[in-house]
Design a protein around this ligand. Structure first.
Ligand code: PMP
Length: 456
C-alpha cells in the first residue's frame, strides 16, 4: 500500500536525475528503505548488495553510527554558519586543514561546495580569475577528454563529453574543447601503453596549437574516467599529461570526484599517479554520501596569484552552503573511518574484486575487464575478436540493470554494454565474492536474451 502510493506520488511529482521521463513513468520507482554495511533493503523487503556504493559515493558503507552522531551533534550545536563576512565554523576549518594536510604537494587551500558539479564550476571561475590576476585574460579556453564526465551544470556538462548531457542543452560552450580519451580497449592507436600516452600528449599539443598557444587556460581529466565507462588510462598517462600541461603553460585539473577518498586505494588517485595537479576536485567519498559536500583543492601558487591580484577587493564567488558545518562534521567523521581501517580493507577488497572479475573473462560476452582498487568494469561484446558492442535492441543499460536487481545486486549498467562496479570499501571477502557470483548470473541471463542470441 505504502509502496504503491509512493510509486504514484513519484510518478506525478518527482523528476529523477538522469532518467527518461516517459520511460520512468512506465517503469515506476523502486524505493530504497534502509541499508547497513553493503546491503540495501527496498520497500518490498528485497535485499540488494550495493555493488555501486549508491552513485560511487558511499565509500564507507551504510549505517555508521559515528557519522550519524557527528551530524546530530553538529546539528544540535550549530546547524549552519556562513563563511561570508569573515565568519566560519570549526568543522569546516578543521576539515579543510585535514584535507590540505593529506593532499599531494602544495594543494594547501580548500574551497567547499555542495557536490562535484559546483566544484568543477568553481575551478573554471577560479582559473579565469587567476588569469585575469596575472595579466593573461586571453587564456580563457578549456580542454577536456572525450568520454569525460565533469558534472551536470551548464559549465560541467559542457566539459563533459557524453552525448546525452549535450543534446538539447546548448552545450558545449564555445570555449570548451575536447581531445580523445585514452580508452585502452578501443583506442585506434592500439593498446600499447607508451603509444597511447604519446598519442594523447601529441593530441593535446596539437589542440593547444589549433586553439592558440596563448589562449588555453586549463586541461581537465579524471584519473579514471568514471561515467564514460570506467576507463583506466595506462600507468604514467596522468603524469605525462600533467607534465605536458606544465610545459605548455596551462593548468591541470584532476577531477577526483569519483577517485578521491579511497576508491582506487589511497585518499587521492593523484598520489598513485605521482602528480601534483594545480587543482583537485572532490565530492562523493568526502562525506561518503551521508551529506552533500564537495571541495576544490587549490595549489598555493594559484591561491597566491588570485589573492594578490584581488588585493582588498572581494572575490565574488561563494555559495550559501560553502563549508556547511553539518556536512563538514560528517566529512571529519568519515575521514576517521577511512584511516581507522577502511582504506586498508578497501585495498584488500579491491584486489579480490579485480581477481573475481578477471575470473569472468572467459565468459562468451566479456570483452574487457579493467579497474583499479574498488573501481572496475567489465565490457560486454558479442564478438571478442571484432569487439562488437551489444546491439542497441538488447537495451543493455535497462535490461542488465534489471537482471542484476533481480539477482540482488546493484551495478551500473552503461549504455555501451559495460558494467561498472564501485562497492563500498567496507565489503567483506564474502560480499565481494557474492557480488561477482551474482554478476556471473547476470552475464548468463544476458547471453540468453533473444536479442543477444540473434547476433551471436
Ligand atoms: N566530476 C566527476 C568525475 C563525476 O563523476 C561527477 C558525478 N558523477 C561530477 C563531477 C559531478 O558531481 P555531482 O553529481 O556531485 O554534482
Amino acid at each position: 500500500m505504502l509502496a504503491n502510493s509512493l510509486v504514484e506520488l513519484d510518478r506525478r511529482h518527482l523528476i529523477h536525475p538522469l532518467s527518461s521521463y516517459r520511460g520512468h513513468e512506465q517503469v515506476g520507482v523502486r524505493v530504497m528503505r534502509s541499508a547497513k554495511g553493503a546491503t540495501l533493503t527496498d520497500s518490498e523487503g528485497h535485499q540488494l548488495l550495493d555493488g555501486f556504493a549508491g552513485l560511487w559515493c558511499v565509500n564507507a558503507g551504510y549505517g555508521h553510527e559515528s557519522i550519524v552522531e557527528a551530524a546530530a551533534e553538529q546539528m544540535r550545536r550549530l546547524p549552519y554558519a556562513t563563511g561570508y563576512f569573515d565568519l566560519g565554523s570549526e568543522p569546516a576549518i578543521r576539515l579543510a586543514a585535514e584535507i590540505a594536510d593529506r593532499a599531494p604537494g602544495d594543494l594547501d587551500h580548500v574551497f567547499f561546495t555542495l557536490g562535484g558539479s559546483d566544484a568543477v564550476d568553481s575551478t573554471v571561475r577560479f582559473i579565469r580569475y587567476y588569469n585575469h590576476a596575472r595579466g593573461t585574460p586571453q587564456k580563457d579556453q578549456f580542454i577536456s577528454l572525450s568520454q569525460g564526465f565533469h558534472g551536470s551544470s551548464t559549465v560541467g556538462a559542457g566539459l563533459t563529453a557524453l552525448p546525452g548531457f549535450h543534446a538539447g542543452f546548448g552545450v558545449p560552450l564555445d570555449w570548451q574543447h575536447k581531445i580523445s580519451s585514452h580508452y585502452v580497449y578501443r583506442n585506434p592507436v592500439g593498446s600499447d601503453p607508451a603509444t597511447i600516452i604519446d598519442a594523447s600528449v601529441a593530441e593535446l599539443k596539437a589542440k593547444v596549437e589549433e586553439i592558440g598557444p596563448d589562449r588555453v587556460a586549463a586541461f581537465y581529466a579524471e584519473p579514471i574516467q568514471g561515467s564514460g565507462g570506467v576507463l583506466v588510462p595506462p600507468a604514467g598517462w596522468m603524469k605525462a599529461m600533467a607534465d605536458t600541461c606544465r610545459e605548455l603553460g596551462i593548468l591541470f585539473v584532476a577531477d577526483e570526484v569519483i577517485t578521491g577518498f579511497g576508491r582506487t586505494g589511497p585518499l587521492f588517485a593523484s598520489e598513485e599517479d605521482g602528480i601534483v595537479p594545480d587543482f583537485i576536485t572532490v565530492a562523493k567519498g568526502l562525506t561518503s554520501g551521508y551529506a552533500p559536500l564537495g571541495a576544490v583543492l587549490m595549489a598555493d601558487h594559484v591561491y597566491q596569484t588570485i589573492a594578490d591580484g584581488a588585493g582588498e577587493a572581494l572575490i565574488g564567488h561563494g555559495y550559501t552552503y560553502s563549508g556547511h558545518p553539518v556536512s563538514a562534521a560528517v566529512g571529519l567523521a568519515v575521514l576517521k573511518l577511512y584511516e581507522g581501517g577502511l582504506l586498508d580493507n578497501g585495498r584488500k577488497a579491491g584486489e579480490r574484486l579485480m581477481a573475481g572479475l578477471h575470473g569472468l573473462s572467459d565468459h562468451p560476452l566479456v570483452g574487457d575487464v579493467r579497474g583499479r582498487g574498488m573501481l572496475a568494469a567489465i565490457e560486454l561484446v558479442t564478438d571478442k575478436d571484432a569487439k562488437t558492442p551489444l546491439p542497441a535492441a538488447s537495451e543493455p543499460s535497462r535490461r542488465i540493470f534489471d537482471r542484476a536487481y533481480r539477482n540482488g545486486l546493484i551495478i551500473r549498467a552503461f549504455g555501451n554494454g559495460a558494467i561498472g562496479f564501485a562497492p563500498p570499501l567496507c565489503c567483506t571477502t564474502e560480499e565481494i565474492d557474492e557480488m561477482v557470483a551474482r554478476a556471473g548470473r547476470v552475464l548468463d541471463e544476458t547471453l540468453d536474451d533473444p536479442d543477444i542470441r540473434a547476433v551471436m
